[in-house]
Design a protein. Sequence first.
Length: 512
Amino acid sequence: MSETAAKAPGAPAVSGDANRWKALVFIALAQLMVVLDATIVNIALPSAQTDLGISDGNRQWVVTAYALAFGGLLLFGGRIADLWGRKNAFVVGLIGFAGASALGGAATNEAMMFGARALQGVFGALLAPAALSLLAVMFTDAKERAKAFGIYGAIAGGGGAVGFILGGVLTEYMDWRWTFFVNIPFAIVAALGAYFVIREPEGGRNRNPLDIPGVLLSTLGLVALVYGFTRAESDGWGDSVTVGMFVASAVLLIAFVVTEAKVKAPLLPLRVVTDRNRGGIYLSLGIAIIAMFGTFLFLTYYLQIVKGYTPIKTGFAFMPMIVGMMVGSTQIGTRLMTRLPARLLMGPGFLVAAVGMLLMTQLEIGSSYASTILPAMLLLGLGMGTAFMPAMSLATLGVEPRDAGVASAMVNTSQQVGGAIGTALLNTIAASATTSYIKDHIGSAASESQQQLVALEGQVHGYTNAIWFAVGMLVLAAAIVVTLVNAGRPDGTTVASGEGAEEELPVPVVAH
């Protein structure tokens, strides 16, 4: 093939670094660790709560401390990666995450645990954007990029479900502390591998001074937003603090946008999000994650509380979804990404996932795993894997190298905010439907066993009501993709840019 390349202005020369596939192994390992951590701790939470004497009122902070630090600092972490160099940020993030995990595993009281989780969030916010932006700048050939992002997309989508399995095994057969300690070997191997293998292309750093007002406004705005949704889940949407957080978040984020439009070297250049393709990706991913988090949450409750599954059995029950994601991402997405426009993969992918979710609306107390949950999970995994893979690639395609870190951070931010909204919103819908059902049916339950049955039926009724909402979210995500995402095949062909002008996609052709 020719060595000529269609490059965007300021794009670095193509690296023919033979180590890039080895580097992918360590980047994928780090991403798996971060995604695993989001769910593995949930399985261990009851045991940790008992051991450390954490009250019911405070236990949410094991999850919330991580979510606030991670969600609030992602944009800052992405900008630091652009400033320091992505490899440096990646290695520092891994080492810091390992140290924070060791602190969490050794925790002797709730304060130590909450501090460790917040530190994990801080270093995760540095690590996650650096990982994705390294892929963006190292894999520029269309076919190679498709394979690399197929693997990354499968891990990003399926890693959470793997966390349920690993968390169940570690909690049941070892100790909850190992759900933290297990991160340490992951991080050490990934950090050493990255240090010796990754060769970041030259010329991609953004050496402009930090936009301090932007850092403060975005961090405080995102923290207020995530905390508002977390608070809504526990204290209700009408709670004065919840409302205050949403108002503060709106004011801070509006001020952030105004600031970014005026400053010389913004934290988040508005060109990154105003491009219709990237904007469509960020919005559709965030909405789809709302549905995904609902599925993880309610299926875990359903399998353990209603069906009586152990943590390990619950984890393995998610295996069909993992298999579906692997097939959708590494086979369907990778093979078709260079042949079809992204919207023709993402739109149908979200709709296939919606069909899987639709099957779950039929759940009842006596539903069979094989006939209802298994096919639903396969379809959900297949659809989300097919959609995630081109989304991850397109979100960073065509971005100027100096913006790669912050563009990658926006992918993580949309997922993090989507997860916070999903957990709070779907829980509220489910709880309201459950309360209403029990109120309407408890009068006809004469015996204690009948009352218990009504309570279980009420829970399942709540789950299915919330899952109907999740179906709608996936359909909406598909509609957004079809409407906004208009990029052509990533093979160097000319596509419409966000401003309506024609521009050449920066996909170099490397000689072999």
